[in-house]
Design a protein around this ligand. Structure first.
Ligand SMILES: Cc1ncc(COP(=O)(O)O)c(C=O)c1O
Length: 326
């Protein structure tokens, strides 16, 4: 049986020609910031499958977890609003006096926000809180569908397996196969899904190219073996027995800076470059660091001989308007 997907996002998202990079390759920007659900972003694609799973399980509410300014939490709140499911968000940090950015939107979508006081990089404690809350809801007779941080389960990663195919089709329609796809990675589901897409396309002999993940959090995303396994488990859900190779999983950790959500000069410069070049708005926590990785690799000659480089813009707009991202 193929996994259930509920229509939540507007696809295919645009693929914009971004002109030449300083190193000479052509930049393409895949506008997954425009997926549409609750002002857009990558998590909408994962939520199509995660909410399909919730529906199949007969869930009457959603629970998930993230950093205070989590885009994933905001988009889960948006999905909950659309599907009429009460949504609980377990968030790092204390309750702010004034809600901003993603929290403000989550409130507008009607989500119940649990401000835990836990630090944003303490994923273990945040996950424990989510599990406890899920159990409490069950004890009260509810049927929660509980989604781990970032929605990065094999079911969630199906969204980016699908996106890989969508992107390759768009490139082929324009007349090229990209040399590389670069994107921002945190909990790893986006990366694993893209890698699963790569592995399947390679096995089928259809156009494909490598994926480079720019890591922006010191979490599971930095362990290549967990991404390899997640990719294999995603393929398994589709009834495919192809195996992901270690060399398929490329994570570049050099652009993270001090820690998750701690600004870097490279990211500030990259956001400026992108805003001026294509009016693309990059956020300081995720996409600006991811794009600083792309520009950094380009500057050191990493794309030499390449003709087409795709950056997947994974969203993050609301945190541009938030003063505290932790
Ligand atoms: C804007 C943005 N880009 C990229 C990512 C990374 O995605 P993943 O958690 O699947 O690695 C996130 C995750 O929260 C995000 O919000």
């Amino acid at each position: 049986m193929s996994p259930t997907r509920i229509d939540l996002v507007t696809t295919p998202t645009p693929l914009e020609n971004g002109g030449a990079l300083p190193g000479g390759a052509r930049l393409w920007v895949k506008r997954d910031d425009l997926t549409g659900l609750g002002v857009g972003g990558n998590k909408g694609r994962k939520l199509e499958f995660l909410c399909g799973e919730a529906q199949d399980a007969g869930a009457d509410c959603l629970v998930t977890v993230g950093a205070a300014q989590s885009n994933h939490c905001r988009m889960t709140a948006a999905a909950g609003a659309k599907l009429g499911l009460e949504t609980h968000l377990v968030l790092s940090g204390d309750e702010p006096e004034t809600l901003e950015g993603n929290q403000l939107l989550s409130q507008m979508f009607g989500a119940i926000q649990h401000h835990t006081g836990i630090k944003a990089n303490d994923w273990e404690s945040l996950e424990n809180f989510r599990q406890k809350l899920t159990q409490q809801l069950r004890t009260k007779g509810r049927t929660p569908h509980s989604i781990p941080i970032g929605g990065s389960t094999p079911v969630g990663a199906l969204g980016y397996h699908r996106a890989y195919g969508e992107l390759m089709q768009q490139c082929v329609a324009i007349g090229f196969t990209p040399d590389v796809v670069v994107h921002t990675s945190s909990s790893g589901g986006t990366h694993a899904g893209l890698v699963a897409g790569l592995v399947e396309s390679r096995a089928n002999g259809t156009p494909h190219c490598p994926v480079i993940a720019i890591g922006v959090a010191k979490g599971v995303a930095l362990h290549a073996e967990s991404i390899r396994q997640l990719s294999d488990n995603t393929l398994h859900l589709l009834g495919l027995s192809h195996r992901t190779l270690m060399q398929d999983v490329v994570i570049d950790k050099r652009f993270l800076g001090q820690d998750y959500a701690v600004p870097t000069q490279g990211a500030t410069d990259a956001a400026h470059w992108a805003a001026h070049r294509g009016a693309w708005i990059l956020d300081p926590v995720y996409t600006a660091k991811g794009f600083s990785g792309l520009l950094g690799i380009d500057a050191e000659g990493g794309f030499e001989g390449f003709h087409n480089v795709v950056f997947i813009h994974t969203g993050g707009l609301p945190s541009v308007f938030a003063t505290n991202s932790h």
